[in-house]
Design a protein around this ligand. Structure first.
Ligand SMILES: *Cc1c(COP(=O)(O)O)cnc(C)c1O
Length: 390
């Protein structure tokens, strides 16, 4: 770990020099199976030939002009994403946190037009929405907030998946609420799913109260759960949706999509970004969407995700170390009974398998959407052996 880097992460000493599809190679030439995909980012796999040529061609044509000019690729991407999500308009950022900042600004404007003096956004316990001051205050957990003093406090926190708690909050603070922001599946807090029907009920509540339903699909979107967006499993269309991670397959891009009145809130000058929506990032994202479509990766994510979940349950439910196995598509969590501090390292060292552990004791699997059946079986066998260790 370099002394010249600020100490925000504790990276493994593993250092990769190339990737192809679901595989990575370290500097010594050892091969690894990537079951984390750079935290749900490299969905179409590493070094996808079509992305490589799109990036090279665009680099030789034009990287950046700024939003002072029209950008063809940005318009194309906006058209494509809004059509897939059933939304009306897009704004492009460079990261997930920024996309959520965009959403939070829309919530504020919505409150302002409604004449609410101190608008509140409802957020969820154990949520994660990013690391900027605004998105941090929408997030939960003392670890990420400690030491940052007073954060913008205009949030009302309720338990995730608990409709009654939200209705109670609504009856107490209803007049101040302008929006509800949540992850359809909570990622960082260990792949937490809401009960069936929850999102639909939220949709109805928000429509009835004229609150914006804002879904953070930064981790769950772009095919991760076997649909383009996780909310599509419940046929729910939000008013605002944020995307990032899988959208650029590693080229930084975030997006905030909006529908109906939420799509009309910004006016020239009310929001902006220097890099956001540049020709390179937007062309890459357009290509990612094309690859997902042409290679049938939604169906693959659904099929391989279901197989992975089934095999994990067959092999590991009832295992003395395992508390719960849950997930949807290729977004899977294995909650252990006890923290497993050296598990990630052991998986890499002994099995050439890259996984993640979140919140100390939940193994998180976010393999690329291109994973195949043999690789799914390899992951399950490796995890079985890792958890069987004395
Ligand atoms: C990763 C993530 C973010 C933050 O994205 P960054 O690109 O790191 O800013 C926000 N929300 C969710 C649900 C995420 O998984």
């Amino acid at each position: 770990m370099s002394a010249a880097l600020m100490s925000t992460y504790q990276p493994l000493s593993l250092n990769f020099s190339k990737g192809l599809g679901t595989r990575l190679w370290d500097q010594a030439g050892r091969e690894y199976l990537d079951a984390i995909a750079g935290v749900a980012v490299t969905g179409v796999g590493h070094s996808h030939p079509r992305l490589v040529s799109a990036i090279s061609e665009q680099a030789g044509l034009l990287l950046h002009t700024s939003n002072l000019y029209s950008i063809d690729w940005q318009q194309r991407l906006a058209g494509r994403l809004t059509a897939l999500a059933g939304m009306d308009r897009a704004f492009f950022n460079n990261s997930g946190a920024e996309a959520n900042e965009t959403a939070l600004k829309l919530a504020r404007l919505h409150g302002w037009y409604k004449g609410i003096e101190q608008p509140l956004v409802v957020v969820m316990e154990n949520a994660f929405h990013g690391r900027t001051l605004g998105t941090l205050s929408a997030s939960d957990g003392p670890a990420v907030r400690l030491g940052y003093g007073q954060l913008p406090g205009d949030f009302l926190k309720v338990p995730f998946g608990d409709l009654a708690a939200l209705e109670q909050a609504a009856s107490r603070h209803g007049a101040r609420i302008c929006a509800v922001l949540l992850e359809p599946i909570q990622g960082e807090s260990g792949i937490q799913l809401a009960p069936a029907g929850y999102l639909k009920a939220l949709r109805e509540l928000c429509s009835r109260r004229n609150w914006l339903l804002m879904l953070d699909e930064i981790q769950s979107g772009i095919g991760r759960t076997g649909r383009w967006f996780a909310c599509q499993h419940e046929d729910v269309v939000p008013d605002v949706m944020t995307l990032a991670k899988g959208l650029g397959n590693g080229i930084p891009i975030g997006a905030c999509l909006a529908r109906g009145k939420a799509a009309q809130l910004f006016t020239p000058g009310s929001h902006g970004s220097t890099f956001g929506g540049n020709p390179l990032a937007c062309r890459v994202a357009c290509t990612v969407l094309e690859i997902i479509e042409e290679q049938g990766l939604l169906a693959n994510a659904e099929r391989q995700g279901a197989l992975l979940l089934k095999l994990l349950r067959e092999e590991l439910s009832g295992h003395p170390q395992v508390l719960e196995i849950r997930g949807l598509g290729l977004m899977i969590g294995l909650e252990l009974r006890h923290p497993a501090p050296d598990l990630v390292q052991a998986a890499a060292r002994d099995h050439g398998l890259l996984i993640n552990v979140t919140r100390g004791k939940t193994i998180r699997l976010l393999p690329p959407l291109v994973i195949d059946e043999d690789e799914v079986r390899t992951i399950v066998q490796a995890l079985r052996q890792l958890l069987d260790r004395p």
